[in-house]
Design a binder for this molecule. Structure first.
Ligand SMILES: *Cc1c(COP(=O)(O)O)cnc(C)c1O
Length: 381
């Protein structure tokens, strides 16, 4: 479709159901399909691990909003990540951004390393650092931008050029930005990966993942793994996610607006050191962020001058925000990375990445921004 992003969020992949005219794509809660003759399937549907019409609609919708030709949905972001790694071979090497999502690091380090897939962590904001990290066996580069929780911005176009020069392919985990604010395929990435558990789902009620690409060959490899290894989502979760993407553009607009107002309010606060938000002028990659992402997202990280004590007290006192892992839902959350989401990252590595005990991550929701600011102010005392 050539329609604008907002129209594709609402419609892509979906048309009224041919049996009843049902506007909403039905939940095809079936595991198998009748065959008129052995080996003859209607529209390619033979068994629901291989294909399901609710999933087909979701996959087409996700592909369209990311600007890709091919979409695949998975039962979690980690299942999507694993399908990519399963398509590599023993002896292949991967270049990973150094502050990659902890669960992604665990898949590389604890699952695929033992099968001979090697990896190197590199600071992907520093082109000389990552240029030196390629090896003759580097088949894939895997980045996230903005990164979690320090919100570094990686230049997708520059990394794509370096990746292609080494004959590898580039995967961008676009979970934090979403296609509403950043479309990596337009910047030269080969594959986009998501935990749709976060902003794409947006209502904190589904775990899921997806892969989108324009590369037919990569798509075939991932699709083979989706079916062969079987990390597929349920028809009900696909239905919920189709409902979610219809409002992605509206939700992200409000997440970005609220986060910008809050970041400016917190900047220079007497109790805080760094306020990290890609939309602020003092963010180290602010100019790159402006070029690469038309909206700056809903995540802000803040550092308390009073260290762990101050950060903990804030997390205990907050009321409209909820202290919880995860992010990207309509409701505002706070997270203490070094004790919660990033506890499994070794302390020395946390120090290198700037994940101090005084750092708190805010996932700014779509509530009234005045209420959120009043809550932040009261919790800081
Ligand atoms: C949550 C997350 C994942 C993992 O996704 P799940 O849906 O939890 O399996 C991967 N990447 C990023 C950036 C995430 O935030």
């Amino acid at each position: 479709m050539n329609e604008h992003f907002e129209t594709r969020c609402v419609h892509a992949g979906q048309s009224p159901d041919p049996t009843t005219g049902s506007i909403m794509t039905p939940i095809y809660q079936t595991s198998t399909y009748a065959q008129p003759s052995p080996g003859v399937f209607k529209d390619g549907y033979d068994y629901a691990r291989s294909a399901n019409p609710t999933r087909t609609a979701l996959e087409a919708n996700l592909a369209s909003i990311e600007g890709g030709n091919h979409g695949l949905a998975f039962g979690s972001g980690c299942a999507a990540t694993s399908a990519v790694l399963q398509s590599l071979r023993s002896g292949d090497h991967v270049l990973l951004c150094d502050d990659v999502y902890g669960g992604t690091f665990r898949i590389y380090d604890k699952v695929f390393k033992q099968f001979g897939i090697d990896f190197t962590l590199a600071d992907m904001t520093d082109d000389s650092a990552y240029a030196a990290a390629f090896t003759p066996n580097t088949k894939m580069v895997w980045i996230e931008t903005p990164t979690n929780p320090t919100l570094k911005i990686i230049d997708i176009a520059a990394v794509a050029v370096a990746t292609k020069a080494h004959g590898a392919f580039l995967v961008v985990d676009n979970t934090f930005a979403t296609p509403a604010t950043q479309r990596p395929l337009e910047h030269g990435a080969d594959v986009v990966c998501h935990s749709v558990t976060k902003y794409i789902g947006g209502h904190t009620d589904v775990v899921g993942g997806c892969l989108v690409t324009n590369d037919q060959e990569l798509h075939e490899r991932f699709k083979f793994m989706q079916n062969a290894v079987g990390g597929v989502p349920s028809p009900f979760d696909c239905f919920l996610l189709l409902r979610s993407t219809k409002t992605l553009h509206l939700r992200m607009e409000r997440h970005c607006q609220n986060a910008m107002v809050i970041a400016k309010h917190l900047q220079g606060h007497a109790k805080l050191g760094r306020v990290i938000y890609p939309g602020l002028d003092d963010h180290p990659q602010h100019e790159l962020a402006k070029r690469q992402m038309p909206g700056f997202g809903g995540i802000i990280s803040i550092e308390f001058k009073s260290g762990l004590d101050g950060a903990k007290r804030f997390c205990e006192n907050i009321k409209v925000f909820t202290l919880a892992e995860s992010l990207g839902g309509v409701e505002s959350l706070v997270n203490h990375p070094s004790i919660m989401t990033h506890a499994s990252v070794p302390a020395d590595q946390r120090a290198v990445l700037g994940i101090t005990d005084s750092l708190v991550r805010l996932s700014v929701g779509i509530e009234d921004v005045g209420d959120l600011i009043a809550d932040l102010d009261q919790a800081m005392g």
